[in-house]
Design a protein around this ligand. Structure first.
Ligand code: PHE
Length: 349
């Protein structure tokens, strides 16, 4: 069954690269979702990623109680592509035209491979863009807010595992020191967390040293003996095989689409490992962007909304217990209930 409302694929006339916009749902409001500029073996892999990521955005908005729908844009770069500044502008203009052609049912933001400076370029063409730099009237970098929201989720997990939200001395392993991962590593270090980190880019070892964090290879870190494992890189880390190797008590992090397949959440549950749905732990960025840019909230009010993720996770864990289901099932049920409630009666459910 086709789940998505619209999928638009266009070979960018300037760049020659495939621009893929997946609009999953506008049931709760106009859709939003980041622009992923990433390398894929084949553009169809980029399409598959866009389909999954946009569906996750729908859940993210619903679970956060925001009146937004899910979408995502992927520009699938052939392996080994490096974009010089001129080519990058071409790509961004190609993307901007596609977004503008949607007439406001979808707005873009940053994601893996893009940042506020890119949003500024897109903003030259279309108003439907979040997270432009602050001096251009946007809310700027969303990654510190995403990291804050993940910290809130981790506090709720700490409360669940140990009865309190004090993270000092807890052992955590963080996978990925990109935009969000680096902010999160700094926040966790400031909380006194005993950190182990990794990244595919070994230059990030410097950050590990600066923070007094242990370094492991990406392969080793999955089986690190820690309290909480935090995926903060690309999706799909939680494969059946990885779950067998886990030695943590919980997995919670900001990476989108952590489960290789939906069934993995059952395996985690069977192993007694608490998994917090990624679309809840990663919502801080969109919460901040939407509430400040669309709803006019001030910085402090937006921060309160981001920190409310702690309560959302606590409620989710309680609901899962009460109903005897996994947190994954409880999360889906909560999000779907909100989406259904907003759909006109006449539409098939
Ligand atoms: N990359 C963000 C996410 O996955 C997307 C986003 C951020 C969209 C900020 C709009 C504004 O949640």
């Amino acid at each position: 069954m086709l789940d998505h409302e619209q999928i638009l694929i266009r070979r960018g006339p300037r760049s020659g690269l495939p621009v893929i916009l997946a609009l999953h749902s506008t049931a709760l409001g106009p859709a939003a979702g980041g622009l992923r500029l990433w390398r894929y073996p084949d553009w169809r892999d980029g399409l598959a990623d866009a389909l999954r990521l946009s569906a996750a955005m729908t859940l993210k908005f619903a679970a956060a109680g925001l009146a937004g729908g899910g979408g995502k844009t992927v520009v699938a770069l052939p392996q080994g592509t490096r974009l010089d500044p001129a080519r990058r502008r071409d790509v961004l203009y190609d993307v901007a035209d596609v977004i503008d052609s949607m007439g406001g049912v979808y707005a873009v933001g940053p994601d893996v491979g893009t940042a506020p400076a890119d949003m500024a370029v897109i903003g030259e063409v279309t108003p439907h863009v979040f997270c432009k730099p602050e001096d251009l009237g946007g809310s700027g970098d969303s990654s510190p807010h995403t990291a804050r929201g993940t910290l809130a989720a981790l506090r709720a997990v700490g409360r669940r595992l140990y009865g309190d939200g004090d993270l000092e001395g807890r052992r955590m392993a963080l996978i990925g020191l990109g935009h969000v991962g680096e902010h999160l590593a700094r926040l966790l270090a400031a909380e006194g967390v005993e950190l182990t980190v990794t990244d595919i880019d070994t230059a990030k070892r410097e950050l590990a040293e600066e923070l007094g964090a242990a370094w492991r290879s990406p392969e080793e870190i999955v089986s690190a003996d820690v309290d909480i494992l935090i995926p903060a890189a690309l999706g799909g880390v939680l494969t059946t095989r990885a779950v067998r190797d886990l030695r943590c008590r919980a997995v919670a992090g900001p990476a989108n689409n952590q489960l290789d397949t939906p069934e993995v959440s059952e395996l985690l549950h069977q192993r007694g490992i608490v998994w917090i749905p990624d679309y809840i732990a990663s919502a801080g960025g969109v919460i901040n962007a939407m509430t400040t840019e669309l709803h006019g909230l001030g910085v402090d009010q937006a921060l309160a909304r981001v920190n409310a993720i702690e309560g959302t996770v606590a409620d989710l864990l309680k609901t899962a217990d009460d109903l005897g289901v996994t947190p994954a099932q409880a999360g889906l049920e909560m999000a779907r209930r909100r989406i259904r409630a907003a759909m006109p009666e006449t539409l098939p459910r």
